[in-house]
Design a protein around this ligand. Structure first.
Ligand SMILES: [Zn+2]
Length: 257
């Protein structure tokens, strides 16, 4: 496929909401520069520690709901639905998938062993390491991104670290060398201070300060839209409102490795 003349940017999100928490400002800035921005939702966040004994349809509905929340949030940022690629891999299972030996993993929540969502990029794709690597490789070679936003390798959430490993492995298998901008979401006691403080600057955790971080300042209207977009994730706001709004700060941080 010939390369699009417009610069393509990919945002890899382990769960619906990571894309907005980490990159809502960056997304708006890329769109302002007329870049094409596409979002890859690796899981649909269809796992939940509370309610593990609930029937599988509860978790399938949760996945659909979280997908719709992402679509609504991204629409506020001017990303159309066709630019949101849902893969539908199992929430809270990606680290296990990374270490698996070829047999499909199953979700403790939806009980699925293959992508159960019709709207996913490849419905019925088996939950195997090879299938997820192949999907990412295909997406990278179709889109040929110049920049990829992806999780920080030291994020405390296992799904986030696994997405980093999957993305790096898929890139190794292709000849593409986009710039990687790593974002952090889960790190003990971070970001500080807590709460919704849009006038505060987001600083890296103390232990990671020595790394080469890039800070992107948000314009006031970009920050306002980011706050509106965060509010779309109602299923998450219900439990983690204070934490989600910690990411609505005057800048976004990306590690360049
Ligand atoms: Zn996440």
């Amino acid at each position: 496929m010939p390369k699009s003349p417009r610069k393509c940017i990919l945002v890899l999100a382990p769960h619906p909401d990571d894309e907005v928490l980490a990159t809502a400002g960056a997304i708006q800035e890329h769109l302002r520069k007329k870049h094409i921005v596409k979002i890859v939702l690796v899981t649909l966040g269809d796992g939940q520690r509370r309610g593990l004994l609930l029937p599988k349809r509860h978790f399938l509905r949760l996945g659909e709901r979280r997908y719709c929340e992402s679509l609504a949030a991204l629409e506020l940022l001017d990303i159309r639905r066709e630019r949101v690629i849902a893969l539908g891999y199992p929430d809270r299972t990606l680290a296990q998938l990374w270490q698996s030996d070829g047999l499909p993993c199953s979700s403790r929540y939806t009980k699925a062993r293959a992508v159960p969502y019709e709207f996913a990029r490849t419905p019925t794709a088996p939950y195997t390491k090879a299938a997820l690597l192949a999907e990412l490789r295909e997406i990278f070679s179709e889109e040929r991104p110049e920049i990829i936003y992806l999780p920080h390798p030291r994020d405390r959430h296992r799904d986030h670290r696994a997405v980093y490993l999957f993305a790096e492995a898929a890139l190794q298998q292709s000849e593409l060398r986009p710039q990687r901008r790593h974002y952090l979401i889960h790190y003990t006691g971070w970001p500080l201070p807590g709460g919704k403080r849009p006038l505060h600057t987001l600083s890296p955790p103390r232990r990671l300060r020595a790394n080469a971080w890039m800070s992107l300042e948000l314009r006031p209207e970009q920050l306002e839209r980011k706050c509106e977009a965060i509010a779309c994730y109602r299923s998450q706001i219900k439990y983690f409102e204070e934490h989600l709004f910690r990411f609505a700060r005057r800048n976004e941080l990306f590690l360049l490795l």
